[in-house]
Ligand binder design. Sequence first.
Ligand SMILES: [Zn+2]
Length: 269
Amino acid sequence: MPEGDTVWNTARVLHRALAGSRITDSDFRVPQLATTDLTGWTVRESASRGKHLLLRLTATDGADWTLHSHLRMDGAWRAYAPGERWSGRPAHLIRVVLRSPGAVAVGYHLHELALVPTAEEDHLVGHLGPDLLGPDWDPAEAVRRLGADPEQSIGEALLDQRALAGVGNLYKCEVLFLRGVSPWTPVGAVPDLTGLVSLAQRLLAANRGRWTQSSTGSLHRGQTSYVYGRRAQPCRRCGTAIRKQELGERVTYWCPVCQPEHPDAPSPG
Ligand SMILES: [Zn+2]
């Protein structure tokens, strides 16, 4: 699932493939950019901000632009060598193809694809909270933003990218398990928010640079998570069946014993 670490990895793949190169051909397959031609533009760098990807370009007239994309649940960028067979995903999902002398970058099922002046990037990502994998990571500011609505459940608050940028559903479930906090606990009743966001940051950082996301330390298939994706399977700590239920707009997984309900929290039913 594309969370902050996956997006960070993707940005690095694109950076290695394209940074410093001149684009020899571009092919946008989305209506809003159908007539855009980046031929002759130079790729300065590729960066991530939370779950947003920013490919920074210099136009032929010297102006700086940013190609923004978001992977959401199902998007991906792949880099291929020229002439290499494009693998993995069906062609109808392709949203953009960028060619350079040394690489071909293909964006599949990208969301929010937009080309904006680099000076205006903040219009797209300025609302985000501190980026867990960014150079400006600031746990105190993340805690302050998380606490903005103390009545909200911590399970929903952690997914709000305006509080901290990069946590998705997998890390949300795993961090709450590791901290022994029920996802239904009101933010204001979580004992140590600083410890919680710091653990989230460490988990994402530990998985940076590889595509398998693990919170357990194991990279073996079926052993990479404590609760996420493990409905009805025994808790790795206490043996209780892991539960799965909707919380807000997403499902959440938790162990009812290791993550006891807070008295102020509405019952998960
Ligand atoms: Zn348990």
